[in-house]
Design a protein around this ligand. Structure first.
Ligand SMILES: Cc1ncc(COP(=O)(O)O)c(C=O)c1O
Length: 429
């Protein structure tokens, strides 16, 4: 499916949400107007059913090949992590605080793995002291820092090597690696890195971690990356002459944000797995390994909506500016300032459907021209007090934003589940 805006927004609403007869957008059966009234704006709303639906769909697609864990960085609210954990997910974390969030959500420490290019001694103490399942090593200094921390705790730590794939991984279906990167050991150093880990009595090398990049919308690209990951896994197992226990193929599964973005075809993903499963089966050193995917965006993104209230509608030299109480301080990604080179609009809609639609700029309350939620959103006539909703906002929203900038309060976060809503972050906290 390939959608263009506003069709993308319309398709997303049809798939995930609904509008009642007067045209008010509902989440999990609840009108967003009521949620905004009850909990104030700006507001993040997440639908637990959609979180579960995404998890189940992906798990079903990769059944027999991989298990699906959740990358906490996408949305670290413990209530969100808990939903995925209830579905069976372990957690991938990138800091000590994310470790605590996962524990708070009920994830057992053995089901948590720690990746990230700069793990501090303090964070290592926290997670090793807390009995973390695995630490994924990304550079030499870290390898020794983890070994020293393990020594301090009088324990052995299960580790995997994160690999930055080499130039050979380029081409064909794969767009990955081959570039200088702060993440992981370069593939060219793999053998040396294995020797270095094996020389550390407090480290137990159990696996490989490959994360090739985020927002992958093509099944064949992902399959190519995963196949390459299995080749690297075989190299590690061959050198250690032990069966590998964990093959972490990362996250990176994408969701449509912009006009022209396709939806990841889970059926194509599923259909491409048999050769990978066969590769594992044929190699006795890999056959017993647990293959893990740890996506964030794919699982959490579609379930979230950011709701902002219109403070003013201004016409300036022929352009319409809808100025809202929400902005880049809560939703940097929608403003196009989180790694987007060409600034394109997220799907943004009016909460109350109106007649007609003309393009307008939706801008936030910050004193910077960067604070724009959409540049050409096709919205109906709006006035002070109306609500606008940014779809696809469940991942890399609030906690990927400069919330301290201009000192506005933190927005509330609300989880809708079973026909009712509950606050999972209090406004201002
Ligand atoms: C190691 C690792 N795992 C998982 C993720 C989650 O990525 P995504 O949200 O694209 O699935 C990231 C994102 O940066 C990552 O660095």
């Amino acid at each position: 499916m390939s959608q263009t805006a506003p069709d993308l927004a319309t398709a997303l609403i049809a798939e995930n949400f609904s509008r009642d007869a007067p045209g008010i957008l509902h989440v999990g059966g609840l009108p967003l107007t009521d949620l905004a009234q009850n909990y104030g704006t700006p507001l993040f709303v997440y639908d637990a059913d959609l979180l579960r639906r995404a998890y189940r769909a992906l798990r079903a697609a990769v059944a027999g090949f991989a298990e699906v864990d959740y990358s906490v960085k996408a949305n670290p609210n413990p209530a969100v992590i808990r939903v995925f954990h209830e579905e069976g997910a372990g957690a991938e974390i990138a800091s000590g605080a994310e470790f605590d969030a996962a524990l708070k959500a009920g994830v057992p420490p053995q089901r948590i793995l720690f990746a990230g290019p700069g793990k501090s001694a303090a964070d290592l103490d926290r997670v090793i002291g807390g009995g973390i399942g695995e630490i994924h090593l990304e550079n030499r200094e870290e390898l020794f820092r983890v070994a020293t921390a393990a020594e301090r705790h009088g324990t052995t730590v299960r580790v995997a090597l994160r690999i930055n794939p080499g130039a050979t991984a380029q081409g064909g279906a794969m767009r990955m690696g081959g570039k200088p990167s702060p993440f992981g050991f370069d593939e060219e150093e793999l053998s040396e890195a294995i020797t270095a880990v094996e020389g550390q009595p407090r480290l137990h090398l159990v696996g490989l971690h490959l994360f090739a990049g985020t927002q992958g919308l093509k099944a064949d690209t992902l399959l190519g990356q995963w196949a390459y990951g299995l080749e690297l896994a075989a190299q590690i197992a061959q050198q250690t002459a032990r069966p590998l226990e964990t093959i972490d193929l990362g996250g990176g599964l994408g969701i449509p944000y912009f006009s022209g973005d396709a939806t990841l075809d889970l059926e194509a993903l599923r259909a491409g797995l048999p050769p990978l499963i066969e590769t594992l089966r044929r190699n006795p050193l890999l056959a017993g390994a647990r293959v893990v995917l740890e996506p964030g965006r794919y699982l959490a993104g579609p379930a979230g909506i950011y709701v902002a209230r219109v403070l003013a509608v201004k016409h300036s030299r022929g352009s319409r500016f809808v100025i809202t109480d929400g902005g880049m301080h809560h939703h940097l990604a929608a403003s196009g300032n989180l790694g987007q080179i060409v600034k394109r609009d997220f799907p943004v809609v009016a909460v109350r459907q109106g007649e007609g639609a003309t393009p307008c700029t939706v801008s936030g309350p910050l004193c910077t021209p960067l604070d724009v939620l959409a540049r050409a959103a096709p919205l109906p006539e709006l006035t002070e007090g109306d609500l606008v909703a940014v779809l696809q906002s469940g991942a890399y929203g609030l906690t990927a934003s400069p919330t301290g900038f201009l000192s506005h309060p933190m927005p509330a976060e609300v989880l809708v589940e079973g026909g009712s809503a509950r606050v999972i972050r209090v406004r201002g906290d």
